[in-house]
Design a protein around this ligand. Sequence first.
Ligand code: FMN
Length: 206
Amino acid sequence: MDIYEAIRSRRDVRKFRPDPIADDVLKRILDAAHHAPSVGFSQPWRFLLIRNQETRQAVRRLFDEANESARDVYTGERRALYDTFKLEGILESPLNLCVLCDRRTQEPTLGAQSIPETVVFSTCLAIQNLWLAARAEGVGIGWVSILEPEALSSLFELPDGVEIVAYLCVGYPEAFLERPLLEQVGWRPRQPLEDIVFEEHFDPKR
Ligand SMILES: Cc1cc2nc3c(=O)[nH]c(=O)nc-3n(C[C@H](O)[C@H](O)[C@H](O)COP(=O)(O)O)c2cc1C
C-alpha cells in the first residue's frame, strides 16, 4: 500500500473482529511507531500492551463514567445522535494499547526548552506512524479519549513524569469505512482544503 493510500483509507475503528494480531505484525507496527521523529531524538513514547480482560473491564468502566458527563454537553437532536455512537471497542478488540510519554529525563531535552510539549507532540507522531502502519497491515486502531487521565494513570500505577497520551483499541476491523463515521452520519463535514490554507497572513474570519 502506498503512503497516500494508507493516509486516505485509514479510519478510526470501533467495531472489531476477535482474531488476534500475529506477533510479527504487531512488532512491525510498533517498530514503525518507534521510527517517528522526536524532539532531541528523545524517543519519549512507551507502549503498554493490555490484553488482560479484568484490566479492560476496569478501563471500560472508566469510559462509561467519563462518557456520562461527555454526553451531557449535548442536547436535543445532537444528544440523540451522540447516543447512537459507539465510541470505543475496549472489550471486543483483541488488544488495547496505552501510549505513554516518559517525560523523566537525565538532562534537558535538546530542542524542548521553549516548547516542553514537543515531547508529547513527538509521541503523537509515533501514534500516527502506528496508525498508518496498522492500516497498511489491515489492522484497525480506535482512539479512546473519553477517559479521565488521572483515573487511568492510577489504574496503571504510573510514576510521576509518565503521562498517558492515548488509549488505543487494536484489532482487525469489521470494515474500514470509506469516510469518517462522523462525516457519514452528518455530525461534521470535512472542511474544504482551501478554507484551512492561508497565504502570508492568518484570516481570523475564516
Ligand atoms: C486525539 C483523538 C481522540 C479521539 N477520541 C475518540 C474517542 O474517544 N472515541 C471515538 O470513537 N473516536 C475518537 N477519535 C476518532 C475521531 O473521531 C476520528 O479520527 C475522526 O472522526 C475522523 O475519522 P477517521 O479517523 O475515521 O478518519 C479520536 C481521534 C483522535 C485523533
